[in-house]
Design a protein around this ligand. Structure first.
Ligand SMILES: [Fe+2]
Length: 173
């Protein structure tokens, strides 16, 4: 049976996937409102994992889970892709990071969420409540500076994501 922790996080990923699909429903353009909801929700999701789930898992195992280093590098790439104004290329790069990332977290055998769920019930409940209480962080305005794009190139290379990297803001039209 799926644990409440695994179910909560997986459902949140489904919700975020639906927002991204909504934001890209019209080819060639990005829907501002659904993308903003996706961006805020994804930053919150990453925050829950980095601040609550990964540390809880480390306490449980006595050492970091073997997948955490890679997931952390993916989070860096995701966060950097959320900085500039979204374009179709940025969205496709985000998907290239998110698809294997979410699969690794959700895998039934050896997945991170499954590992995090193997804990005493009272403790699992406290972790779930703490995650539910996490608010969306305030969103910074998009930043299309050269430094923001250099950061994307850096984090995508560090995460070893094989996908074209946006090198600057989309031109007019
Ligand atoms: Fe994650």
């Amino acid at each position: 049976m799926t644990s409440p922790i695994a179910a909560y996080l997986a459902e949140d990923q489904v919700r975020l996937g639906a927002l991204l699909a909504q934001a890209t429903a019209v080819a060639g353009r990005i829907g501002e409102a659904p993308f903003s909801a996706f961006r805020g929700g994804l930053l919150r999701h990453i925050g829950m994992e980095e601040k609550l789930l990964f540390p809880a898992l480390k306490r449980l195992l006595g050492a970091p889970h073997p997948a955490v280093a890679r997931l952390h590098r993916d989070h860096g790439a995701i966060a950097s892709l959320l900085v500039p104004t979204p374009t179709p290329l940025i969205v496709s790069a985000l998907r290239a990071v998110l698809e294997p990332h979410d699969a690794l977290e959700e895998a039934v055998d050896g997945g991170l969420y499954a590992a995090a769920s193997r804990r005493p019930a009272a403790e699992a409940e406290a972790l779930l409540e703490a995650m539910k209480a996490v608010r969306e962080p305030p969103q910074s305005p998009h930043n299309d500076s050269p430094a923001a794009f250099r950061q994307i190139a850096h984090t995508m290379a560090a995460a070893n994501i094989d996908h074209p990297v946006p090198t600057g803001p989309a031109g007019p039209g």
